[in-house]
Design a protein around this ligand. Sequence first.
Ligand SMILES: [Mg+2]
Length: 260
Amino acid sequence: MYRCLEDIEFIIFDLDGVFYREDEKIDGTKEIIDFLDKKNIDYCFFTNNSNYKTDRYKNKLLKGGVDVSEDKIFTTTKLIQHYLEENCPKDIYVLGSDQLKNTLYKKYEKNSTNPDFIVIGMDSYITLKDISNTINLIGENTKIIAANPDRLIPLKDRFELECGIINSIISEFTNKEITIIGKPNSYGYETILKKFNKEKEKTMMIGDTYDTDVLGAINSKINPAWIKTGNKLPKYVVKKDFMIFDSLIDLKEKLEEAKR
Ligand SMILES: [Mg+2]
């Protein structure tokens, strides 16, 4: 399982649960990045979140001593922009955070009656009325894309509902297919690999959420790895056909050994 570490040239890291936990620091962040830089192993970061701009993640990483260019940080907002560029909609309607709306309406015309594309993201202020209004806009030819399928985000002592809940309501009442842009779908991974010009066999994805990070890597034929510093593995995961690291320090030590 760990034999592939020898050939790894590119690592895609999840963020929350890997480089920080909400606002808490996680050990080994600077050490692993310094090591990868020294060994010329390239890397980037990929979060399913569509609420914030990349500068927020840059600053969160900086608090852990990691200084990276925003070009290395992929949010689902960035990937949705990429998807829309490829699909050239005439106009769109966005149900999501102000950040997502502002970013997309800067480039695409807003249509509140019969949009080409509906884009779904998450925002804690979305109301049932907002969801009903969105459902009423969906016609026969409307395409629907969503940032991610996560149904909830576990926090330290509670959880918050996420985009997947809105996707479920919308697909239940429209019977329409929703294209998911984030993990575990391959779109984000494929886009990142193309941008960095990397091969799947020499790429590893490391994350703390099995259903998105690990399954996404498996779906995309990228070497999958789960790290113990965030979410627990769901009970239904019996066959552990992915690498497991205790921490970023453990990852560094295993890579060091493999690259010796
Ligand atoms: Mg995570």
